[in-house]
Design a protein around this ligand. Structure first.
Ligand code: SF4
Length: 108
């Protein structure tokens, strides 16, 4: 599953511990318009994403959302206040840290 929290069904939100997600009432704010339907100017996109990040900052499930994002590897949207690129970088750091941890245990 790689659905933004704003587009998940209630049972899926509960499964992912995302009950209380603050993005449910305007999915387009966090996930952007469907590019097939509408072009979004880069300035408009940046402004929209800033508002989405502000909402994430007050969201009670932000930590669970970040874990969900790292696991599902989004390609777009704002997740837990981060862009998909930010999430990918966190995922890569986590993988590298695990690899270094394994290497350390092998020599210890
Ligand atoms: S942190 Fe942001 S993207 Fe995640 S559930 Fe909350 S409002 Fe939605």
């Amino acid at each position: 599953m790689n659905e933004h929290p704003s587009r998940l069904s209630t049972p899926d939100l509960r499964d992912e511990c995302l009950d209380g997600a603050q993005c449910l009432f305007d999915a387009e704010l966090h996930d952007g318009p469907d590019p097939e339907d509408r072009f979004e100017h880069p300035d408009a996109r940046a402004a929209r994403e800033d508002v989405a990040k502000d909402i994430c900052a007050t969201c009670p499930v932000q930590v669970a959302c970040l874990e969900y994002a790292i696991r599902t590897k989004p390609t777009s949207g704002i997740w837990a206040g981060l862009t998909a690129k930010d999430v990918a970088q966190l995922h890569a750091l986590r993988v590298e840290r695990a690899r270094l941890g394994d290497a350390y245990e092998e020599v210890a």
